[in-house]
Design a protein around this ligand. Structure first.
Ligand SMILES: [Zn+2]
Length: 141
């Protein structure tokens, strides 16, 4: 997560990574929505796509986790369920949610709870807040 947060500070994009059962990073994704004219190219989706391509699978093996520098939106939370990710860890400061009114119109936690019949995904919310807390207020457009 430290590496992802550093990337966010220097490259000004939300970053996500898929990490294997040995906590090795196997793929990193950044948000490329405007660069690729792809509304689904969120950091988390990009990281999961890369991981699945690398492993030549549409369902990740047990023990893979998704790390993100922001709360995964409903699209990304659903992608995590469909990919078989075992857990999500995200860094986010809830104080910024008010300034991003349309962000996460359905909480990641809610999507994972609703999708648990398809695949159970563990969740660690608001991880490493001190490291990320000033990013969004300093870089708001
Ligand atoms: Zn997303």
């Amino acid at each position: 997560m430290t590496e992802l947060i550093q990337k966010q500070w220097t490259e000004h994009s939300i970053f996500a990574a898929v990490v294997n059962e040995k906590t090795e990073i196997i793929s990193v994704g950044r948000t490329t929505v405007s660069q690729t004219n792809d509304p689904t190219a969120h950091a988390e989706v990009n990281a999961i796509r890369s991981a699945c391509k690398l492993l030549q699978t549409d369902t990740l093996p047990a023990g893979y986790w998704l790390y993100s520098t922001f709360e995964p939106c409903p699209l990304c939370s659903s992608t995590a369920i469909w990919s078989g990710i075992d857990g999500i860890v995200y860094a986010n400061d809830p104080r910024f949610r008010g300034s991003l009114a349309d962000w996460s119109f359905i909480k990641c936690r809610t999507v994972l709870e609703q999708g648990a019949t398809i695949h159970q995904v563990k969740l660690i919310e608001n991880f490493m807040l001190n490291e990320i807390k000033n990013y969004f207020t300093r870089h708001q457009k």
